[in-house]
Design a protein around this ligand. Sequence first.
Ligand SMILES: [Zn+2]
Length: 299
Amino acid sequence: MNATSASAETFADALLGFTIPARHARGRLVRLDKVLEEVLAAHAYPAPITHLLGEALVLAALMGGLLKGERAQMTMQAQTEGGIVRLLVCDYRAGAVRGYCDFDAERLAGLGANPTLAALFGEGYLAITFEPEGGRRYQGIVPLEGDSLAAACETYFSQSEQVPTLIRVASRAGAEGRLAAGLLIQHLPDGEEGRERLHVRMDHPDWEHVALLAGTISHEELLDPALSLEAIAWRLFHEEAEVRTYPAVPLSRGCRCSSAHYAAIIARFPPEQQAAMRNDEGIIAVDCAFCSRSFALAI
Ligand SMILES: [Zn+2]
């Protein structure tokens, strides 16, 4: 194999992009360690929710990492009517991920340690929104079916973008905190304009070959802290003529909340509603759902 790599190997809190030119395939690998701990530290979530949010943050980085540019953003939002998890939101922008989950703690406690996706969400849907830098925003909505968030994201790519896509995500609680990782690979026989195609072809020989190799990835490999993301790509595709890896993007926990941001939102409310939000000291208190920071706005 002729591997082209421009950087040192990366192990965690990073996003690695690669392509297999002869197969018209592109991939992303993500592993979250300290960044995941930072996101989770802002909340006191029970184990099933930290597991879910870990997977969702990996998916946000995998999908957001498909976009180019510092201002491009990807948002995924899982929502249900009457589900135990009412809302799960994650987004990605320029290597920064953030997310939170709103759920019914009492009903969740009755589910046991490893609830299924259906038990958590009931009948729900997943909205995926891409906002490319300088491009047109596009959104797809798919039912929250299958046994994982990753499966629902695969459905999004096949239904909304007509791009065959394989996604694997693994998450586990270890001695030093939670670790989550994932692989995304997709077939773009018509280049980056692939999403304009009208029919998805899942049986293209190049895609069948690449999907077969990618599908051999195990949860243990994805989560093995001694195995670099580059090593995973090489291990999976070492028989290919060329695998091109790009410099890894460091990931961070990011939140764009600020006093100015909330002041601008509150300014849109009519004066009487703003008055109703003020406490006895004339302060409007706002908590950021993503990072749990509190803002005391004297406006
Ligand atoms: Zn925030």
